[in-house]
Design a protein around this ligand. Structure first.
Ligand code: ACM
Length: 530
């Protein structure tokens, strides 16, 4: 009898030894790394009988459950019904808060994700999906065991604003590619997508009261391509798609510099000019009580190069503010998020006093339409309204000006998080005016000590912008974004005590496997053993 038991134990041990090592929760390739992971023993296996059970009430609960099921079905081939009745994978919403924190408990019979907020539950789902083998990324059925290690995860983000930015102005990015980018952001628990909608080379959002902005200003891009723009309906579609993934859109209209596409669309916005008959274009809806300026209405020419800092709105022209008012109003009406980005960078041909006057007036307009302004760090040279945000990209002294006014700083240091910077001198696209940014460099910085004088209490969060002077298609986006975006997502989510480059470099290859399965042409950094 005893012999039989011994033989059974030995048999089981050998059987286990012959298989792959069973997974250990704390060794999972999770990015961003959760706050706390506790290992248990054993494993949970997803079988064809499995279902997802929802507990709680929330308008998005079913959608979150379906999102999980849709990600699990293709590669497993399982039905995975979602219901409020039964299921071994449980999603429990315990409250109705904004909470982004969540907990996952995995036993050998059950997986349970709990959160007091829908966003938290969604992030728990993202973590759970990363716990499965990379083969889950396949769109065809894979015959294999879908096993999770037993244990517990407790997680919450370090920063409330974790963003990325797409410059859709230098090269227009079609709606489908923006949605694709949003999908990638969601996997890494990023929650703000800033759209740089206007620049010298292009105006990319329909403004109904100023239709030539897109007719003319949207008609080209860097290099002279055909450009493009989002209708307001398309913009709303992007906003809704992002919201379904707990991502808030931040629209940017860059001004008073970076405005050539508007100045090329409307002659009367150029300084010292007016419509020939001295009257306002009826579509402009501008107030009629401003002083009529001079003569010679000439629009500037469309621009397809990549120089910066040479254009400006006329800050003395009252029509400028009527224009800004219409633009801010129309965009604010279709933007549910709290922020409106007013740009404000590199206005090198705007007189300093004029710049300050302009920024302060535009802040008031944004505030009138119920939004909070964000501006690139130069805006802190003006008097900021309470609650407005300065986005640090270049000058520490500007970040300090914001802090001294009691305003928060959004951390986007160009030398660390500008996704358009080349990895090294051999990168096939990208610029390098700020730095070459290898993967370890994008990872190895700390927002709360990066800029002298700016510490945790002054910081709203972290954002990684992708400028598109050299980016023309999805392949280019993939190459510059991966693997750096996950590195920056971890900087934004995971507390500094938990972050570690060695650990990150061991976790990222598993994401590389998923990208390979999905056909995402990422940069195979030599700093990582892929
Ligand atoms: C910027 O890079 N000009 C904000």
């Amino acid at each position: 009898m005893k012999k039989h038991i011994l033989a059974a134990i030995l048999g089981a041990t050998f059987a286990l030894g012959a298989c792959e090592k069973s997974p250990v929760l704390s060794e999972s390739a999770l990015i961003p790394l959760p706050q706390e992971i506790t290992d248990g023993s054993g494993s949970f296996q997803l079988t064809s009988e499995i279902g997802i059970r929802l507990i709680g009430s929330g308008e998005n609960l079913t959608r979150i459950g379906e999102h999980l099921a849709e990600k699990l079905r293709p590669a497993t081939g399982f039905d995975i019904p979602v219901s409020f009745d039964s299921g071994e994978v449980i999603l429990e919403l315990t409250g109705s808060e904004d909470s982004e924190g969540y907990e996952i408990q995995i036993s050998d019979t059950e997986v349970k994700i709990t959160s007091s907020g829908e966003a938290g539950l969604f992030y728990g789902v993202q973590t759970l999906l990363q716990l499965f083998p990379a083969q889950l990324a396949n769109t065809s059925v894979q015959t294999m065991d879908w096993v999770l290690p037993v244990g517990t995860i407790k997680d919450a983000p370090a920063f409330g604003y974790r963003g990325s930015m797409l410059d859709v102005a230098r090269h227009f990015i079609p709606v489908e590619d923006v949605k694709y980018f949003i999908d990638q952001m969601a996997i890494y628990k990023l929650n703000y997508l800033h759209l740089h909608l206007t620049d010298d080379q292009g105006w990319r959002i329909e403004i109904k009261s100023w239709p030539k902005l897109t007719e003319i200003g949207g008609s080209t891009e860097v290099g002279g391509g055909e450009g493009g723009f989002y209708t307001q309906e398309e913009y709303k579609e992007i906003v809704a798609y992002a919201a379904d993934r707990f991502i808030t859109i931040v629209p940017e209209v860059d001004m008073p510099g970076h405005t050539n596409s508007a100045l090329a669309s409307y002659a009367e916005l150029n300084p010292g000019v007016n419509l020939p008959n001295g009257k306002l274009d009826s579509v402009n809806h501008a107030p009629l009580d401003y002083e009529m300026p001079k003569k010679n209405p000439t629009a500037s020419e469309l621009y397809t190069g990549i120089e910066v800092g040479w254009s400006t709105f006329s800050t003395e022209l009252e029509l400028t503010y009527a224009f800004v008012d219409s633009v801010v109003q129309e965009i604010s009406e279709i933007t549910p998020g709290p922020y409106f980005h007013i740009g404000g960078d590199e206005s090198h041909v705007t007189e300093k006093d004029d710049y300050i006057y302009f920024v302060e007036r535009v802040q008031d307009i944004v505030s009138k339409y119920g939004k909070t302004s964000i501006g690139w760090d130069e805006v802190a040279t003006a008097k900021l309204l309470p609650g407005n945000v300065a986005q640090f990209w270049a000058l520490e002294e500007n970040a300090i000006l914001a802090k001294e006014q009691g305003n928060k700083v959004l951390m986007s240091p160009a030398k660390k998080v500008y996704l358009d910077m080349q990895y090294d001198s051999t990168s096939r696209i990208g610029l390098h005016w700020a730095a070459y940014i290898e993967l370890d460099s994008a990872y190895l910085w700390e927002p709360t000590s990066y800029a002298k004088g700016i510490s945790a209490e002054n910081i709203l969060g972290v954002e990684a912008p992708l400028w598109t002077e050299t980016v023309t298609n999805r392949e280019d986006i993939d190459y510059l974004t991966f693997p750096r975006l996950p590195a920056i997502a971890e900087v934004a989510w995971t507390k500094k005590e938990r972050r570690n480059w060695e650990s990150f470099s061991r976790r990222i290859p598993s994401h590389g496997k998923r990208w390979e399965i999905q056909g995402i042409g990422f940069y195979k950094s030599p700093k990582v053993n892929w």
